[in-house]
Design a protein around this ligand. Structure first.
Ligand SMILES: C[S@@+](CC[C@H](N)C(=O)[O-])C[C@H]1O[C@@H](n2cnc3c(N)ncnc32)[C@H](O)[C@@H]1O
Length: 287
């Protein structure tokens, strides 16, 4: 099997389609974490920046705004539908951001071409993270920086666990993936992240927690917000996977249970659920 083959299938299939459909909501959900990483990256006019696993391009467009006409903002992603959406947004906003369909773990990229490697939740999906980060480091100028946001463990991210807890007893518990298996929570252990980056040749590794509620549903009324959260949970994330292939009756019961759990999280017509991430930064040790 080729590197990251399962991720290529997922992000060009159901996951990619759902992320395109929910792009605006997901951008609002991830915004506080992206903003924290962005502040840490301190991107300047003229910088050349690579946005890894850029998805529909929200962070790349923001980067292009900072790098200006003398800099470069290149977003790469394995998902054809997400890159298509990102390119539409370039057109809509007249941004100078560039987008390319590519696997970040082995894409041909300019050697020592970037001042900064950035990612908002796009680096936790590599089959072989040490090899991927080693490759990515070669694209960084000596002393250049990498900054990314990733989730802490699933147990600390209520937005992921709450729907699954709500369906306990209705649906057989899904098999628990190994904590290091490629996926949204694979960088939950900071020692593992530090080890991966050190083995890939990075130094000055810094890992800071960021805690922020995520807007999981919103609407003109509380009922609309809960419906929005329910739609999203059925389309994106662990609940979708847990309910795949279940009989209709089970799905209806599960929906009622998750609806009740989201209702308890309503604040001013928004479903707000705790989230927990890391902002990771490091330097290319090569001189
Ligand atoms: C959780 S999404 C985040 C997308 C985007 N950064 C955002 O914040 O909206 C993860 C992204 O990583 C991309 N991805 C996963 N593995 C990748 C790889 N090996 N190379 C490039 N992109 C990858 C997926 O296609 C997906 O768009």
């Amino acid at each position: 099997m080729n590197a990251n083959a399962q991720q290529v299938i997922d992000w060009n299939g159901d996951s990619g389609a759902s992320w395109v459909a929910y792009q605006e909501q997901l951008d609002r959900m991830l915004e506080p974490y992206g903003a924290a990483a962005f502040a840490k990256a301190a991107i300047r006019c003229g910088d050349h920046v690579l946005d890894i696993g850029c998805g529909a391009g929200e962070s790349t467009l923001a980067i292009a705004w900072e790098t200006g006409p003398t800099g470069r903002a290149l977003g790469i992603d394995i998902s054809e539908p997400l890159i298509r959406r990102a390119r539409e947004r370039v057109w809509d906003t007249m941004s100078q951001a560039e987008f390319r369909i590519a696997d970040a773990s082995n894409a041909p990229l300019p050697v020592a071409g970037f001042d900064c490697l950035f990612s908002r939740f796009g680096v936790m999906f590599f089959d072989d993270p040490v090899a991927a980060f080693t490759h990515l480091r070669t694209t960084l100028k000596p002393g250049g920086r990498i900054v990314f946001a990733c989730w802490r463990g699933a147990a600390e991210n209520d937005w992921a666990t709450l729907p699954l807890q709500a369906i306990e007893g209705i649906v057989p518990p899904p098999a628990k993936p190994s904590p290091a298996a490629p996926g949204p929570f694979s960088f939950g252990d900071p020692d593992r992240v530090r080890d991966i980056l050190a083995k890939a040749g990075f130094g000055g590794i810094d890992i800071e927690p960021v805690d922020h509620p995520v807007v999981f549903g919103e609407g003109a009324t509380g009922a609309a917000a809960v419906d929005d959260a329910l739609d999203r949970a059925f389309a994106v994330g662990p609940l979708r996977r847990a309910l795949a292939g279940q009989p209709d009756l089970v799905v209806v019961k599960a929906a009622a249970a998750v609806h009740a759990a989201f209702t308890r999280k309503l604040v001013d017509n928004r479903v707000l659920i705790d989230g927990a991430g890391w902002i990771v930064s490091a330097r290319n040790r090569a001189h």
